[in-house]
Design a binder for this molecule. Structure first.
Ligand SMILES: [Zn+2]
Ligand SMILES: [Zn+2]
Length: 508
């Protein structure tokens, strides 16, 4: 202790080298072992700098000795303690991962080297009570696995209170809907507790901050999109632009209107903004969706879209994340080469349910290929049967037989169901419904019946109309899921004045 050399406190730490940045020792206020020490000062070994002993309720009496060193500059928990007790922030690790503001013998050492030297020096002064293994979490770089050090730095923040409300309100009011709806809760919960948003980054790629610092009064700055003709602070210097760039999500948040030419009123923005549907993955609801919403409301006065589809994440067969570096990914191009684009699209749509993850199965893509063959063969068969038919009307034909009536009403029913599925973005339900209708009701039953109906002269003409009508309607419904094969068949369809199936009227 500063006031009595005989008194001392033992602390447990995994970071001996950051002791040079310690600005307090903290104990729990209810810990009787230390009550006589609180409020006094202690000499920090190796430097003899004096630091206070403070009491804070977050200190765990069970951890180590119940007394911990507090390094506000290099630990988040300690930073918060420092804020509560107005402790000094003393940074001892610099941006290059080397020691600074430390006694001369440690200056410039790498963190790991400094740790060894501090331990050796404490040892030689007989200041180490014991060493033991301790398992704990250390932040690592996701690219190179290097240890990440927290260091204090000057950053720019966006205040979140008002903006969070601007993003929450439209969802509560139903102006923006999530599909599946359960993601609305995740969105609102996150925004409800969002901390101020750090938008500056010290990397090279990105939009550079339009912030200019005065050369004479370096803590003063002004905003200018273009290189300013003169310094707005002193009127008499060459101002220096900040080298920081925006967080990539800050730029991405502007996307819905920035691409339309904002802040100008353009033909694009007038035609296409606000947009309607945003489709994305659940892991960027907070990073991207929420920020697009409040940026749009704040800067353009309206919500950027009305429907947010959170689609399932495709995982491997056994539920693992698909990743290029782990080699667990499946290249869709490979699937397209193997089974065709329509089959791949069919298989993925088939699996796209409301679940969070969708385990990728090649089986559904294989089924898609079989279905393509079925559509192709059935269409050729129908074309043979309707050959020589007069101009085929697009209107629903009148039924001449019981079978005609059954297939026409079944088609009406699936069309209505599919519309409902598509309106709530249940692509899996829609494709499964048209698949079963086409294969089982149209091919297995009606086409078979039609073969005999064609032999009866008085109903054969009407049968052709029903065949053509159901095939054409099915192709239209299938088109969004299997665009190539349906367009190909449509182009062979014996109807006058057609252009492309994509601009045909939807069946119902
Ligand atoms: Zn790294
Ligand atoms: Zn200036």
């Amino acid at each position: 202790m500063a006031d009595d050399d005989a008194d001392f406190i033992v602390v447990a730490t995994t970071r001996p080298e950051t002791m040079f940045g310690d600005t307090a020792v903290a104990v729990n206020s209810k810990d009787n072992r230390y009550s006589e020490f609180v409020g006094r000062k202690i000499k920090l070994p190796l430097t003899d700098r004096e630091i206070p002993i403070i009491a804070d309720s977050v200190i765990d009496v069970e951890f180590g000795t119940g007394a911990v060193k507090v390094t506000p500059a290099h630990d988040m928990e300690d930073y918060l303690i420092g804020q509560r007790h107005q402790l000094e922030m003393l940074a001892v690790i610099n941006g290059k991962g080397r020691m600074e503001n430390v006694p001369i013998g440690y200056q410039g050492l790498k963190v790991a080297e400094a740790r060894e030297r501090v331990l050796a020096d404490l040892q030689s002064r007989n200041l180490i009570v014991k060493k033991e293994d301790y398992t704990h979490k250390i932040p690592k770089c996701y690219r190179c696995s290097a240890t990440i050090e927290l260091i204090p730095s000057l950053q720019w923040f966006v205040k979140m209170n008002d903006l969070a409300k601007k993003a929450i309100d439209p969802v509560i009011e139903g102006k923006i809907k999530f599909y599946p709806k359960r993601w609305e809760k995740a969105y609102i919960d996150w925004l409800g507790q969002a901390r101020d948003w750090c938008i500056s980054r010290q990397i090279w790629w990105g939009h550079r901050l339009p912030v200019w610092f005065c050369e004479k009064e370096s803590d003063k700055y002004f905003i200018s999109i273009k290189k300013p003709a003169k310094c707005e602070i002193c009127n008499n210097c060459e101002p220096r632009q900040s080298e920081d760039v925006f967080d990539t999500w800050f730029s991405s948040a502007l996307w819905p209107f920035a691409v339309m030419g904002w802040p100008k009123q353009t033909k694009d923005s007038m035609s296409f903004y606000p947009t309607n549907i945003l489709s994305t993955a659940r892991d960027i609801i907070n990073l991207w969706v929420a920020r697009m919403v409040f940026s749009a409301v704040e800067l353009t006065g309206c919500v950027p879209f009305t429907d947010v589809i959170i689609h399932a994440t495709v995982t491997t067969k056994d539920g693992k994340r698909m990743s290029k570096s782990l080699g667990t990914g499946i290249d869709p191009i490979e699937m397209v080469k193997k089974y065709g684009a329509d089959s791949t699209r069919f298989g993925l749509s088939w699996q796209a349910s409301e679940s969070q993850d969708m385990r990728f199965g090649e089986g559904d893509i294989m089924a898609g290929k079989k279905f393509c063959n079925k559509i192709w063969n059935a269409s050729r068969f129908v074309f043979q049967m309707i050959e020589g038919a007069e101009v085929i009307s697009k209107d629903e034909p009148k039924p001449a037989t019981m079978e005609d009536q059954l297939i026409l009403s079944a088609f009406r029913k699936v069309s209505v169901n599919i519309n409902e599925s598509l309106c709530c973005f249940r692509f899996d339900q829609a494709i499964q419904e048209i698949y079963h209708f086409f294969w089982h009701q149209f091919c297995d039953i009606y086409i078979e019946k039609a073969k005999s109906q064609m032999k009866e002269p008085e109903i054969s003409k009407n049968t052709k109309l029903v065949l053509a009508y159901i095939l054409l309607g099915s192709l239209k419904i299938l088109h969004p899921f299997m665009p190539f094969i349906t367009e190909e068949i449509y182009q062979m369809f014996p109807i006058r004045s057609k252009e492309a199936i994509i601009i045909e009227d939807w069946p119902i």
